[in-house]
Design a binder for this molecule. Structure first.
Ligand SMILES: Cc1cc2nc3c(=O)[nH]c(=O)nc-3n(C[C@H](O)[C@H](O)[C@H](O)COP(=O)(O)OP(=O)(O)OC[C@H]3O[C@@H](n4cnc5c(N)ncnc54)[C@H](O)[C@@H]3O)c2cc1C
Length: 172
């Protein structure tokens, strides 16, 4: 009986459609967008005051492109960036190409995507943010740090979104 009552305490009466995502980076926003496209309400908690602007990723390959295609963002990415069919590595001083790595844009072999799509990470982050929030189902809470999730949270709080805030303003 004890396990039944603790089970019912953790199980919402009806299935909840709210999801809490930690971090408004590429992955958090991509997940938020996918969930929103499935009709799910998402709250994203981001500890910084704005989206990340660090120049990290720039090139996206088949595995990422297949996931991004499911979110319908490839046409916008192509508009803002560009697609190539591989790499050429060379000697900068001599100007010689010393190696080539072809990554053909074989749409059949790679689920309708292919090649390498180039777009700076901050631009893709912004694009995903805009697409996600435009659904009306995604809210990004800036300057909030998720520090703890109670084991008994059981979604009753997620329904209204209440992660513990980092009141000390720590960045961790
Ligand atoms: C130099 C470099 C080059 C790269 N090049 C490529 C590339 O060409 N192609 C490619 O596909 N990938 C590349 N990557 C990898 C790519 O950058 C990462 O895979 C990607 O950033 C991961 O996204 P993420 O959302 O998981 O993490 P992040 O982008 O790091 O986002 C995490 C977010 O969570 C927030 N956060 C963290 N803790 C908390 C908390 N407790 N509460 C609230 N918010 C929190 C952070 O502030 C941040 O905004 C590169 C990485 C580096 C470092």
């Amino acid at each position: 009986m004890a396990s039944k009552s603790s089970e019912s305490a953790q199980t919402p009466e009806k299935p909840q459609n709210n999801v809490l995502v930690m971090g408004a980076g590429l992955v958090g926003l991509a997940i938020a967008l996918r969930l929103a496209l499935a009709g799910i309400v998402v709250h994203v908690v981001e500890k910084e005051e704005r989206l990340g602007e660090e120049p990290r990723a720039v090139a996206y390959y088949a595995s990422a492109l297949i996931a991004l295609k499911k979110m319908g963002v490839i046409p916008d990415m192509e508009k803002a960036g560009f697609v190539s069919e591989g790499f050429a590595g060379g000697c900068y001083a001599m100007g010689d190409v010393i190696a080539r790595l072809p990554i053909p844009r074989d749409m059949k072999e790679s689920n309708g995507v292919g090649g390498v799509l180039y777009l700076p990470q901050p631009e893709l982050t912004k694009l995903l943010f805009e697409k996600a929030t435009a659904t009306g189902l995604v809210t990004v809470h800036f300057e909030e740090t998720l520090t703890k999730l109670s084991k008994m949270l059981g979604y009753q709080e997620a329904a209204g979104y209440s992660p513990e805030k980092d009141t000390a303003g720590q960045r961790n």
